[in-house]
Design a protein around this ligand. Structure first.
Ligand code: NDP
Length: 328
């Protein structure tokens, strides 16, 4: 039997955690042949709730689940971690300024980055889900100087999945007919879901839609504001779909993306497409051999350029703000 892979999940007692842990333990994150040991990190007041979730995990008798540890200490929870899903974050509450939000999250992601640097396994791969995900990932990454920067990523896969579904509905096809539909920039309302490089049954998606007004006034805002629409309808944030996207992101990172296709992930920019080096921005990426790489050579027209630039400008502002606060 194979040695279990250590998967650390923060915010394990939250809504996304509840939707995520059972899927990890059932083998959907790393595949049906890979046993996992779950390491749950929670803040002290939520430890009891995390224990409750762990009891339910026990009660599933998952054949691949080699064990569960629970801690409120990042140095314990990230010890030997091979995969880390950073879900717990400080949500924006009413009247909170952006600086307060970034500062509160700096207090979470700085010590987590330091702990990952100190105690995680050499092959550690980190996905940040907790918002503001790109900038939280940047904070953690900057505090883990001994870990290759490319091992820190932020989730835009849910945005991608939402875009797939909206496009498929519009064209009355299934998501299986869609390929190469990526998100650029920040996981925020400024994100840019790109139909100009996407394909539907092998044909260019924007040309197939042939309705620029729908792309600008309907498709892009619907994808970007989908989170708010879910809250409005459900009375709670999306959780199962966010967990599903986290599974997709790590699964494809570790197991590889399909030949000829690409997916979306927030990764450290190397300056590609004019995105300032060092920012954690979403790009079209492929994975072979366990590394996400930015797809090169896509032609960017004026419309896409302006959208990408606007979202990247927001990322640069967030970086400057956390720099100003001394968080990086
Ligand atoms: P959720 O599990 O619903 O969400 C967790 C985070 O994921 C939030 O920051 C949320 O951002 C973010 N997120 C990213 N994408 C999405 C999406 N598409 N839909 C919804 N959320 C998304 O939050 P809960 O409040 O239920 O649980 C959070 C848990 O984290 C709590 O148990 C808390 O104790 C814990 N926590 C743990 C920490 C730690 O381990 N050190 C630190 C801080 C909190 P947004 O708010 O913008 O929706």
């Amino acid at each position: 039997t194979r040695t279990p892979v250590n998967v650390t999940v923060t915010g394990a007692a939250g809504q996304i955690g509840y939707a995520l842990l059972f899927r990890i333990a059932s083998g959907q994150l790393l595949g049906p042949d890979t046993p996992v040991r779950l390491r749950l990190l929670e803040i002290t007041p939520a430890l009891k709730a995390a224990e409750g979730t762990a009891m339910e995990l026990d009660d599933c008798a998952f054949p691949l689940l080699a064990g569960i540890d629970i801690s409120d200490d990042p140095r314990v929870a990230f010890d030997g971690a091979n995969v880390a899903l950073l879900v717990g974050a400080r949500p924006r509450t009413k009247g909170m300024e952006r600086g307060d939000l970034l500062e509160a999250n700096g207090g979470i992601f700085k010590p987590q980055g330091e702990a990952i640097n100190a105690v995680a396994a050499d092959d550690i791969r980190v996905l940040v889900v907790g918002n503001p995900a790109n900038t939280n990932a940047l904070i953690a990454q900057r505090h883990a100087p001994d870990v290759p920067a490319a091992r820190f990523t932020a989730m835009t896969r849910l945005d991608q999945n939402r875009a797939y579904s909206q496009l498929a509905k519009k064209l009355d096809v299934t998501v299986n007919d869609v390929k190469r539909l990526a998100i650029w920039g920040n996981h925020s309302a400024t994100q840019y879901p790109d139909l100009f490089h996407a394909e539907v049954n092998g044909k260019n998606a924007a040309e197939t839609v042939n309705d620029q007004k729908w792309i600008e006034a309907d498709f892009i805002p619907t994808v970007a504001k989908r989170g708010a629409a879910i809250i409005e309808a459900r009375g709670a944030s999306s959780a199962a779909s966010a967990a599903n996207a986290a599974i997709d992101h790590v699964h494809d990172w570790v197991n590889g993306t399909a030949e000829g296709d690409f997916v979306s992930a927030g990764v450290v920019s190397d300056g590609s497409y004019g995105v300032p080096a060092g920012l954690i921005s979403s790009f079209p990426v492929t994975s072979t051999g366990g590394d996400y790489e930015i797809v090169q050579g896509l032609a960017i027209d004026d419309f896409s350029r302006a959208r990408i630039d606007a979202s990247v400008a927001e990322l640069a502002e967030e970086r400057d703000a956390v720099q100003g606060l001394g968080l990086i």
